[in-house]
Design a protein around this ligand. Structure first.
Ligand code: HEM
Length: 393
C-alpha cells in the first residue's frame, strides 16, 4: 500500500479515479485518519471526511456547513464557484428553501408519476435504437440519451431540439467546461427564457422565469445557472444507469436473480445507488469553529465528504464490498441527506426502474463488448464508455 501519510493527497488526482481504485485509500483513511487535513496543492486546503456517520452529520447541519461557496473542490486558480448564492445547490437558508419550493414541485412523487409514460416511451426509443445497432456504447447511446431527454422534457425544451442539446451538453462535459461556458448552450437557454417571458408555459423554465423567490423574480443569470445546474446534476442520473448496467454485467447471477424475481427491483435500485455512488464528493465551508472527532475545524475551512467511502463503511454495511440486490438494511447516502438531499432522487429511481424493467422485458442478452473507460474526474465517477452488445428477447 502507498505510504499512508502522503497518499490522501491523491484523492484530488483525477487519474486515481479514472485508472486506479480509491477504495483502498478510503478504507485506510476510515480506519486511521477519518478527519484528515489536506494542505493546499492544486486545490485549496481541505478536511476530508470518510466515515458514514460524520458525513451524514455534516449534511444534516447546514447552519454550520455552508453550501454557498460551492459544493465541489475547484482548482486554486478558479476561486469560488460563480453559481455561489444563485443556484439551488449553492444556496443556504432561507433562500435555499424558497428556491427549493419553486423547483421541487417538478420533481416530487406526483410529478414523477405523471412523467412515467414519457420516461417509458423514451426508454423504449433508446433501446430500440440500441437493439438495431446491435453493438453500442451504453453510456452514450442508452443512458445519456435517456436522462438528457427526460430533463429536457421537464425544462420545456421542444422535442426537436433534444438532439442538439445532447450534442452540446456532451461537448461541454468532454471539454470539462461549465455548460454555460458553451456558447451555443448559453444562447439556447437565453432564447428559451425570452420565449417563456413572452408566452408563459407549463414547464420548469416557465416556472423559473415567472415564479418569485422572496417576492422577487429571478434574474436571467439565475435562471440560466439553475438550468445548467439541473442539466449538470442529471449526469449523476446517467451514471447510475451506466454503473447499474456495469454492476449487472460483472455480477450476472444478480441480474438472473432480478429476472426471476422482480419484487427485488426496489432493493436492486438502492444497491446500485450505494454501489455506484456516482457523486464522488460534496464540499461544505464551516461557518463557525467546530470539532469533529477531536480535530478543530476553523470557520472558513473547506470540508470534503467522500460519498463512495461512506457507502462502503464497514461500521454501517455488512460485507460492504459485495454487490447484493437483496441487501437489507441499506441506508446508503449516495443521494446526500438533510436540506440539500437530492431533489432528483425520485426521478433517478424511476428512470432506473423503467430502464432495467424494459431491459429485462425486451432484451434477451446484454454482453460486454470492449474495454470500459472510466471518467477522469474527482466530482463524479463511473464509466465514461461502456461498450455492450444487445440481443432482442
Ligand atoms: C442517482 C443519481 C443521482 C445521484 C447519485 C445524485 C446525488 C446528489 C447529491 C449527493 C446531492 C447533494 C449535493 C450537495 O449538496 O453537495 C444532490 C443534490 C441535487 N441533485 Fe442529485 N443525484 C442524482 C440524480 C439527480 C437527478 C436525475 C437530478 C435531476 C435534476 C438531480 C438534481 C439534483 C439537484 C438540483 C440537487 C441540489 C439540491 C439542493 O441543493 O437542494 N440529481 N444529488
Amino acid at each position: 500500500m502507498t505510504t499512508a501519510l502522503e497518499s490522501p493527497a491523491r484523492l484530488t488526482d483525477p487519474e486515481l479515479h479514472a485508472t486506479g481504485d480509491p477504495h483502498g485509500l478510503w478504507a485506510w483513511m476510515r480506519a486511521h485518519a477519518p478527519v484528515h487535513w489536506q494542505p493546499a496543492g492544486s486545490v485549496p486546503g481541505f478536511w476530508s471526511l470518510t466515515r458514514y456517520e460524520d458525513i451524514r452529520a455534516v449534511y444534516r447541519d447546514a447552519a454550520t456547513f455552508s453550501s454557498a461557496h460551492g459544493v465541489l473542490l475547484r482548482g486554486l486558480e478558479l476561486g469560488d464557484d460563480p453559481g455561489g448564492g444563485l443556484t439551488l445547490a449553492l444556496t443556504d437558508a432561507p433562500r435555499h428553501k424558497q428556491l427549493r419550493s419553486l423547483i421541487g414541485d417538478w420533481f416530487n412523487t406526483r410529478a414523477v408519476r405523471a412523467l412515467e409514460g414519457y420516461v417509458r416511451a423514451a426508454t423504449r426509443g433508446v433501446l430500440e435504437r440500441a437493439l438495431d445497432l446491435g453493438s453500442c456504447d451504453f453510456a452514450h447511446d442508452v443512458a445519456g440519451r435517456l436522462s438528457l431527454s427526460v430533463i429536457c422534457h421537464i425544462l420545456g425544451v421542444p422535442e426537436r431540439d433534444h438532439e442538439a442539446l445532447y450534442e452540446w451538453t456532451n461537448e461541454a462535459f468532454e471539454a470539462h467546461t461549465s455548460l454555460v461556458a458553451h456558447p451555443r448552450l448559453l444562447e439556447y437557454f437565453e432564447e428559451l427564457i425570452f420565449r417563456r417571458m413572452e408566452e408563459p408555459s407549463d414547464d420548469l423554465v416557465g416556472a423559473l422565469v415567472n415564479g418569485t423567490v422572496g417576492g422577487d423574480l429571478l434574474t436571467e443569470e439565475e435562471v440560466v445557472l439553475n438550468c445548467e445546474n439541473l442539466i449538470g446534476a442529471t449526469e449523476n442520473g446517467r451514471l447510475a444507469l451506466i454503473g447499474g448496467m456495469q454492476a449487472f454485467l460483472e455480477h450476472p447471477q444478480q441480474w438472473q436473480r432480478l429476472r426471476e424475481d422482480r419484487v427485488l427491483m426496489s432493493g436492486a435500485i438502492e444497491e446500485i445507488l450505494r454501489w455506484t455512488s456516482s457523486a464522488t464528493h460534496s464540499m461544505r465551508v464551516a461557518t463557525r469553529p467546530v470539532e469533529i472527532r477531536g480535530e478543530s475545524i476553523a470557520a472558513g475551512d473547506r470540508v470534503v465528504l467522500w460519498l463512495p467511502s461512506a457507502n462502503r463503511d464497514e461500521d454501517v454495511f455488512d460485507d460492504p464490498y459485495r454487490f447484493d440486490i437483496a441487501r437489507s438494511p441499506n441506508r446508503h447516502i449516495a443521494l446526500a441527506a438533510g436540506e440539500h438531499f437530492c431533489i432528483g432522487s425520485t426521478l433517478a429511481r424511476a428512470e432506473m426502474r423503467v430502464l432495467f424493467s424494459e431491459l429485462l422485458d425486451t432484451v434477451h442478452r446484454v454482453e460486454p463488448d470492449g474495454p470500459v473507460r472510466r471518467l477522469r474526474s474527482i466530482a463524479v465517477n463511473g464509466p465514461e464508455c461502456l461498450p455492450v452488445r444487445l440481443a432482442a428477447a
